[in-house]
Design a protein around this ligand. Structure first.
Ligand code: HEC
Length: 155
């Protein structure tokens, strides 16, 4: 997926050469922007969400929460997360048909600097200040970290 490859190449790929706090500031600025950029190129709405979130604005809605739980269940049962996705046409409150698509995001080693069990103190200081209700820590590598969630209004 385009966001994922660009996220790794343009942001997380720099992790080894960049101090953790500087990395954090880049990620916070560039990653949400990158997601929006790819979404507008494809004329869709896209965001990242999770079962436990750092940024409250990323809190899963009911549809996303159900799919995230299903992904977690499938991954626990040994299914390959790379093969998991779910798409559906839903109807919103005003009767509008909405195409929805969701795909898991897995935690890998570089993610743990900011989402793991032991977060460097300089990053932790920033997290506590900016996300006092942060729930997106304590993860391990190869655990479900969240999902990309896409919506498109159908005519
Ligand atoms: C340098 C610190 C840093 C690293 C490394 C990092 N994250 Fe994040 N992550 C954040 C911050 C800050 C936010 C909240 C900003 C936002 O809304 O995107 C966030 C938000 C998220 C979200 C959106 C849901 C939420 O909790 O708000 C997901 C999903 C996520 N990260 C997954 C990952 C994954 C997977 C990796 C590794 C591929 C990763 N992160 C690496 C700092 C980081």
């Amino acid at each position: 997926m385009q966001v994922e490859s660009r996220l790794h190449r343009e942001v997380l790929g720099q992790l080894e050469q960049t101090p953790a706090a500087a990395m954090y500031l880049r990620y916070r600025r560039e990653v949400p922007e990158l997601v929006q950029q790819v979404a507008s190129e494809h004329e869709i709405a896209m965001r990242r969400t999770g079962l436990r979130v750092r940024n409250r604005q990323n809190t899963a809605d009911d549809w996303e929460f159900d799919q995230l739980e299903a992904f977690a269940f499938s991954i626990d049962a040994g299914l390959d997360p790379a093969l998991l996705e779910f798409a559906e046409v839903t109807i919103d409150d005003s009767g509008q048909r909405i195409f929805r698509w969701i795909r898991p995001i897995m935690m890998t080693e570089p993610c743990l600097v900011c989402h793991g069990e032991t977060i460097p103190i300089e990053v932790l200081d920033l997290l506590v200040e900016e996300y006092p209700n942060d729930e997106a820590t304590g993860y391990f590598a190869y655990e479900l970290g969240g999902a990309y969630s896409v919506t498109r209004v159908l005519d």
